[in-house]
Design a protein around this ligand. Structure first.
Ligand SMILES: NC(=O)C1=CN([C@@H]2O[C@H](COP(=O)(O)OP(=O)(O)OC[C@H]3O[C@@H](n4cnc5c(N)ncnc54)[C@H](OP(=O)(O)O)[C@@H]3O)[C@@H](O)[C@H]2O)C=CC1
Ligand SMILES: O=C1O[C@H](COP(=O)(O)O)[C@@H](O)[C@H](O)[C@H]1O
Length: 487
């Protein structure tokens, strides 16, 4: 695809947690590797009354705190800071925008805007930008999640942004799409011929997707209480993984072809009727327990009041199309779980007849494990014969065929997902950004689940921090004769 880099970047929320931990270190990483356009200037903005030098100090501290030691290069940091300037602006105050436009100056070389702020500020931001000429043909806009909290609110956000920016200049961020191993799903599926013939309901028994975190609330109570695990993680990251696993082969590696296929998957997700939701979903909330040997408080205790917000959710989902008819997609995500792990486990159908029955122990169905983090690997679990003379019968054992991406690509640096996404925003490549129809189809499916919970007045079951969630999550798969891939 033709790349069309902008000459200026405007970062709203530049003093926030995400900017300090991810966005500024990512921009620095691109700068240090010579990947940013030579003259690109970066204007930070927030309400804080900082001048350029004070913002450079804030950034220097953030880089010091959040960059790995081997990435800190004093010369590169100094030259990166020279790209930065700052303009205070309250997005809810229409008078803030003219000084901002004055500070940024001419945008004919192109401007990329990144809104790393609460979505309630998207509307005044768009209106204000438009009023001072910062929404014209040379300007593109990146939006951080959450893109609403249900279909209606996401439509409102999308309508507002669409009133000033056409879809081909809107970049909706889902940082999972910036992860190397997530992009590797496309390479694995469509760069190899061996999987496609069995990548369907004939060859696959079930798909399991787990995003387990060991962290808890992390000072984000205000946001998380209005979200919960379903909206925080499933509505975006988990469903994007479902789409990459379930999608039909796109004709081209480009934004339109890939997003067309993902959108078809979202539209094919089977909507749950309110009375079905109890049987297909399990919710949980962590209470006191031990994570990695350390005792941690429960969610209510962290909050300081009793809450019914779920910090864990497990779902049995179906993609209703020819390829996936009858194949359950078991999805789960939670905070304060036993281990940090993002993983996709694809369990193939068992052999139709075992010639080893009664002699070699149980045959395990083959599994393909795609570990996204913290390690990065792809494993195919296959049955093999144990060495020996087999005088008491042949013995089989499940062993992994192992592709360690960490080891194979040991020489190449693992980038923060935001490095890739920021570079694509700056260069105008939408492939790894989420299109409006995807977001709205995702919310439609999520809303049906929430309607079922509301109708049944569902309350999350407690689980001890440091476990794999409430017992019901295990029952969700076990009653189909399936076990979560948990080792
Ligand atoms: N932190 C994370 O790990 C993740 C965050 N996100 C999302 O990214 C966005 C930013 O998150 P995060 O950095 O954590 O939030 P923070 O609360 O840490 O930062 C918010 C930023 O917005 C600025 N801000 C707040 N109100 C206004 C206003 N009225 N006008 C202009 N600027 C304003 C704040 O600066 P000031 O107070 O000086 O105005 C600050 O720079 C949120 O939508 C969040 O949901 C998404 C994924 C992960
Ligand atoms: O978007 C979010 O993602 C993080 C998890 O991201 P990861 O890259 O560390 O897997 C999650 O902690 C947060 O609650 C959510 O808003």
């Amino acid at each position: 695809m033709e790349r069309n880099p902008v000459g200026k970047l405007l970062l709203f929320g530049a003093t926030g947690d995400l900017a300090k931990r991810m966005l500024l270190p990512s921009l620095y990483g691109l700068h240090a590797d010579g990947l940013l356009p030579a003259g690109l200037t970066i204007t930070g903005s927030a309400r804080s009354d900082l001048n350029d030098d004070a913002f450079r100090d804030v950034t220097r501290k953030a880089l010091d705190e959040f960059l790995p030691a081997d990435r800190k290069d004093a010369g590169a940091i100094d030259s990166f800071l020279q790209r930065l300037q700052f303009q205070p602006a309250d997005l809810s105050d229409p008078n803030s925008f003219q000084p901002l436009a004055d500070k940024i100056g001419d945008v004919s070389s192109g401007l990329a805007i990144y809104l790393s702020t609460a979505p309630s500020l998207f509307e005044p931001a768009v209106r204000g930008l438009e009023s001072v000429g910062l929404a014209g043909d040379t300007v593109r806009i990146g939006l951080e999640k959450p893109l609403g909290y249900d279909l209606e609110s996401s439509r409102e956000i999308n309508d507002t942004v669409a009133s000033a920016f056409p879809e081909d200049r809107i970049f909706r961020i889902d940082h999972y799409l910036g992860k190397e191993t997530v992009q590797n799903i496309l390479a694995l599926r469509f760069g190899n011929s061996m999987f496609e013939p069995i990548w369907n309901a004939t060859g696959i028994d079930n798909v399991q997707i787990t995003i387990a975190e060991t962290v808890g609330l992390e000072d984000r109570a205000g946001y998380y209480e209005g979200a919960g695990a379903l909206r925080d993680m499933v509505a975006n990251h988990v469903l994007q993984l479902v789409a990459l696993i379930a999608m039909e082969p796109p004709a081209l590696y480009d934004g339109t072809a890939i997003r067309d296929e993902k959108a078809k998957v979202f539209r094919s997700l089977r909507h749950m009727k309110p009375e079905e939701v109890q049987g297909y979903t399990v919710t949980g909330q962590y209470e006191e327990g031990a994570v990695s040997g350390k005792v941690v408080r429960g969610y209510d205790s962290e909050l300081g009041y009793d809450s019914d917000v779920e910090t864990f959710v497990a779902i049995k989902a179906f993609v209703d199309n020819w390829r996936w008819q009858g194949v359950p997609f078991y999805l789960r995500t939670g905070k304060r779980m036993a281990k940090r792990r993002s993983e996709i486990a694809i369990q193939f159908k068992p052999v139709p007849h075992s010639m080893f029955s009664g002699r070699g122990g149980l045959l395990q169905p083959n599994k393909l494990i795609i570990r996204l983090q913290p390690e990065e690997y792809i494993q195919l679990l296959v049955m093999t014969k144990e060495p020996g003379l087999d005088r008491e019968g042949i013995k089989l054992r499940e062993v992994p065929l192992n592709l360690s991406l960490d080891a194979q690509f040991a020489g190449s640096r693992r980038r923060i997902a935001y490095e890739r996404l920021l570079l694509d925003l700056i260069e105008g490549d939408q492939t790894l950004f989420v299109r409006r129809d995807e977001v709205e189809a995702q919310w439609r499916w999520i809303d049906a689940i929430r309607a079922g919970w509301a109708a049944a007045q569902t309350k999350p079951k407690h689980y001890a921090a440091g476990t794999w969630g409430p017992a019901g999550a295990i029952a969700l798969t076990e009653r189909d004769g399936v076990s979560w891939h948990d080792d």
